[in-house]
Design a protein around this ligand. Structure first.
Ligand code: PMT
Length: 400
């Protein structure tokens, strides 16, 4: 997948810069052409000689060469590349990329780059967790850039946490996956449901659940980043969709979500149903706030909501792909299998509330994907953005 691919490798001032040497070697072994662009701080951590020897190309750092005055055109470089990978990417570089602060060759090249951009952050855990860094990362994601999340482990500071640059083999795998699946979602239409539904009891109360919408929104962003036009039918959440190719439809109840989803479905190529839809709603909605008074206990009569997934499964036509989720607390595989069949899904994403860090509200998820051929793949605990990459890769493999 990487054969003859032209890759700009941006290296910044981090101790993880030593891993860039392994990265270049792995990319070159796969047949890629690598052009290194390094920041002045990056050169403090790894020498241009090492990098040019491994990449077999002169390393670029300044706007012009001091030796012969020749000009390094960031514009030409940006046009030349099939991908730009910034690894390691420091907090400073992420911030400059997010705000277009073009004070070095790497950032001007980034701003001129027409190709997909990948950044593998590397920094101390507190720097990574800081709202400023997270804000930069979110901005870069909203530009369509790919963030290769850092791993959790021992850091240069000897502290333990999230901030280690992802290992070179994993970064290469990420790029290979990207090129293998590139274009499949281009111009495709995808429906995603996300978040909870609120079923009104009276003007101030509802029956609902803990879904935050994070998993569904991550899926919407990932599909849009890969070129799809996304219709995101969302329940009540406090998130915003960043990518311009996401059309968001806000709903509150299961019935509203049902109507929006069944209307959108005939026109899409695929749907991923991630919403936690309430299975029941109060049979009647009280027009006035129910007063406590001295009534003692009250009984809420619930009536079943329509199953959006089962309805879309019944409507599904040839050429459409339908995926759903199963949120379980016990007998996970058995329940997931049964939902896969009943709702006519092509694959189902299982997450269990028994796994720490998985399910409602968390920034992470631990998923397994079961498809209708019986193939089951387990994934480790990852950020919801990374889990979305795995789910979208599965979708693409079935749509190809
Ligand atoms: O939003 P987050 O806080 O990030 O949390 C993510 C999540 C835990 C909500 C998500 O990962 C998840 O598991 N979503 C599905 C939750 C759920 O309702 O699962 P279920 O097993 O009850 O439903 C099975 C499938 O049928 C789901 O695809 C669901 O969207 C769909 N369904 C269910 C009922 C209904 N009336 N209509 C539906 O479409």
């Amino acid at each position: 997948m990487l054969k003859d691919k032209k890759i700009i490798l941006g290296i910044t001032g981090s101790i993880a810069a030593y891993k860039a040497a392994y990265l270049i070697r792995a990319l070159v072994k796969k047949g890629a052409e690598v052009q290194v662009v390094i920041t002045p701080a990056g050169k403090e951590f790894i020498t241009p000689l090492t990098l040019s020897t491994l990449s077999r190309r002169p390393v670029i750092s300044e706007f012009f060469s001091n030796r012969d005055g020749s000009w390094h055109s960031h514009v030409d470089l940006g046009i030349w590349a099939d991908a730009m990978l910034i690894a390691p990417a420091t907090a400073a570089t992420l911030g400059k990329m997010a705000h277009g602060i073009a004070d070095n060759m790497l950032i001007t090249t980034y701003l001129s780059c027409k190709a997909p951009v990948f950044a593998a952050p590397a920094m101390d855990l507190d720097m990574f967790a800081h709202p400023a860094t997270q804000h930069s990362i979110n901005m870069l994601r909203s530009f369509g850039n790919h963030i290769i999340e850092p791993a959790v482990g021992e850091l240069a500071s000897r502290l333990e946490g999230k901030g280690r640059m992802e290992e070179p083999e994993r970064i290469v795998e990420y790029l290979e996956n990207f090129f293998a699946t590139q274009g499949v979602l281009q111009k495709k239409k995808i429906l995603i449901t996300a978040g909870p539904t609120y079923e009104r009891i009276d003007p101030v109360r509802f029956v609902g659940n803990y879904s935050s919408g994070k998993m569904g929104f991550a899926l919407a962003e990932e599909c849009a980043r890969r070129g799809a036009a996304v219709t995101l039918v969302s329940g009540p959440v406090s998130l915003s969709a960043k990518h311009p190719d996401i059309k968001r439809i806000d709903t509150e109840s299961a019935e509203e979500m049902y109507r929006a989803s069944t209307e959108a479905f005939p026109d899409v190529d695929a749907a991923i149903l991630c919403a936690a839809v309430a299975d029941y709603r109060p049979a009647t909605i009280c027009g006035e706030k129910i007063k406590r008074e001295d009534r003692g206990d009250i009984t809420l009569h619930l009536t079943a909501n329509r199953d959006i997934a089962a309805s879309l499964g019944a409507m599904k036509r040839k050429g459409q792909t339908l995926a759903g989720f199963a949120l379980e607390t016990n007998d996970e595989i058995t329940h997931a299998e049964s939902k896969l069949r009943k709702k006519n899904f092509d694959f189902i994403v299982l997450n269990s509330l028994r796994d720490t860090g998985a399910g409602f509200g968390t920034d992470t998820n631990r998923i397994s994907i079961l498809d209708n051929k019986g193939e089951l793949t387990d994934y480790p605990l990852k950020s919801k953005q990374e889990a979305a990459v795995d789910i979208v890769n599965k979708l693409i493999s079935l749509m190809k």
